[in-house]
Write a protein that binds this ligand. Structure first.
Ligand code: ACO
Length: 245
């Protein structure tokens, strides 16, 4: 199934918000998406597909509970192919469905103006049916490259829930972010966040230099998370004393 990764535009923001509402408890008003796209139009990316897969998995919420299917979508027939097209917030264009996004900004905190230019990953998510295909990794690599090349960002930061093992694997193992500190009670429900950072090196990030680890190492099976071990235990024991409460 072909997946297209391209820059996010204003036309995508309804679908980005829809994906965010499906995939994450941290949600934003439409004007916050607009602010990102208008201020840093080169930094955010979306993944879309034109293949017509029924995404049963995407009707489940993050706990795997089936959500009510909304039957009130308007369905039209594509005048050229005759294919049925659902007009719903999953579709950025007739027949083009958004399956993932990364929403990115430069750090514009007035209190941190003494810092070198740096970027921030506000939100990343991929629809359930399309996970473990490398979409998040590719969205992130495009965004990191754009931050470095177009905005001279020296590093990028993000927050991730302590319980979010998939995202922690992605950031720590695949993209080689480092954990800076634990921010106690960062999220509205009281969960702690890992504050993470990656120094951006243009040569390393150049798309031409990107070789997928799995292909490079010729490993067949994707490693599964055992869901038991403490992912960052070693690191914390090694002295993560910079804990922000
Ligand atoms: N278990 C273990 N490792 C995982 C998993 C998983 N379920 N999913 C991804 N990874 C890690 C692996 O290291 C993987 O590399 P590999 O497949 O070569 O082993 C690597 O991430 C890249 O995986 P992708 O296929 O690119 O990731 P995917 O497209 O599935 O998206 C994401 C990962 C974004 C975390 C997805 O699971 C998701 O949307 N989750 C819900 C929303 C979310 O948690 N977003 C991140 C919040 S933090 C923030 O927004 C700043």
């Amino acid at each position: 199934m072909p997946i297209n990764i391209r820059r996010a535009t204003i036309d995508d923001i309804i679908c980005m918000q829809n994906a965010n509402l499906h995939n994450l408890p941290e949600n934003y008003m439409m004007k916050y998406y607009l602010y990102h796209i208008l201020s840093w139009p080169e930094a955010s990316f979306v993944a879309t597909t034109t293949s017509n897969v029924f995404d049963e998995e995407d009707l489940k919420d993050e706990e795997g509970e089936q959500q009510q299917e909304e039957d009130d979508h308007l369905v039209i027939n594509d005048p050229i192919t005759g294919r049925e097209i659902k007009l719903d917030p999953t579709y950025v264009n007739p027949g083009e469905k958004l399956v993932g996004y990364v929403l990115v900004k430069m750090n514009d905190d007035p209190e941190q103006q003494d810092q070198p230019p740096n970027g921030h990953i506000t939100s990343l998510s991929v629809m359930r049916t399309y996970r473990r295909m490398g979409i998040a990794e590719n969205l992130m690599r495009q965004a990191l490259f754009a931050l470095r090349e177009l905005h001279d960002a020296e590093y990028v930061s993000l927050h991730v829930r302590q319980s979010n093992r998939a995202a922690l694997h992605l950031y720590r193992d695949t993209l080689e972010f480092e954990v800076l500190r634990i921010e106690k009670g960062y999220y509205q429900d009281g969960e702690d966040a890992y504050a993470m950072k990656k120094v951006l090196d243009l040569k390393e990030l150049a798309i031409a230099n990107f070789v997928h680890r799995k292909k490079a190492n010729d490993i067949g099976e994707k490693p599964e998370d055992d869901l038991k071990s403490d992912l960052l235990e070693e690191l914390i024991q090694g002295g993560l004393d910079d804990v922000v409460v």
